[in-house]
Design a protein around this ligand. Sequence first.
Ligand SMILES: Nc1ncnc2c1ncn2[C@@H]1O[C@H](COP(=O)(O)OP(=O)(O)OP(=O)(O)O)[C@@H](O)[C@H]1O
Ligand SMILES: [Mg+2]
Length: 235
Amino acid sequence: MVELQNISKRFVFHKENLTVLDNINFKIQANDFISIMGKSGSGKTTLLNIISGLCKPSSGTVLFNNSKPKGFFDNYASRFRSDSMGFVFQHFNLIPYHTVLENVVVPLKFSSLPPKHHKRLGLDILNQLDIHDKHHHYPHMLSGGQMQRVAIARALIKSPKLILADEPTGNLDDHTASEIIDLFVKLNEENHVALLLSTHDRRIIDRSKDTYSIENKCLKKVDTGDPVYQFSKSL
Ligand SMILES: Nc1ncnc2c1ncn2[C@@H]1O[C@H](COP(=O)(O)OP(=O)(O)OP(=O)(O)O)[C@@H](O)[C@H]1O
Ligand SMILES: [Mg+2]
C-alpha cells in the first residue's frame, strides 16, 4: 500500500545541519498493525509526517500502491493521502473555534459527499467512539482522552485503509489509554484498517503485529519475542 524507498531527512537551521533519518526503506501493507518506537527526538514524528505529506524528504521516494510520484505534489499521492489515509497527530490538532462535530467532518470538505450528509456521518462516527454527547462542545471543553477520541473520529470519517497515529496514548491515563488501544485493535481486526502507530507505550507494542525502532537515524525491525527485549521490558 505504502512504500518508502531510500528516505532521508535533514533539517537545516541557522547553518546547522541535522540528519534525522538516513536511508529508510519500509513497506506498509493492507491490514498491517505496525508500531514504531524510538526515544524522544529519534525521528518518529518526522517519519510519519513524511508519509502523510506534511514534511518533504530530503531524498528518497514515497510510493502509494506502487505508483511512483511525479514530484512532491503528485496528484495520485495527494489523492491517496486524502481518500485512503487518516491521521491522528501527536497534539491532536483540533481546530479550537470549531465544535467537536465540525472538527470531525473537516476531511469531508472536499469529498464528493453532499454537505447535507456530513452531519449525520459525523454523529455516527462520534457515536461509535462514545463521544456523541459532546458534539456541540469546543475542544477546550474536553478532557485529553475525549480530545483523542475526537481526533480518531476525524481520522476515521472517510473510512481510511490506513491510519497513522503519532503517540496516540501519549497524553492519556492508563484506563483511557487501554480503551483507545482496544479501539485500534478492533479497527485492525474487524474493519481491516492498517495501522502505523508511533509510541513509547509497551501495551501498543505488545498488541501490534510488527514493531520497528528508529535508532541512529535508521529503522530496525524489533523482535519482541527476543529474550533481551523481554528482559528490558521487565526493568
Ligand atoms: N522543522 C524542524 N527544524 C529543525 N529540526 C527539527 C524540525 N522538526 C524536527 N526537528 C528535529 O528532528 C529531530 C526528530 O524530531 P521528531 O519530532 O521527529 O522526534 P520524535 O521521535 O517524534 O520525538 P518525540 O518522541 O519527543 O515526539 C529532533 O531532534 C527535532 O528537534
Ligand atoms: Mg514525536
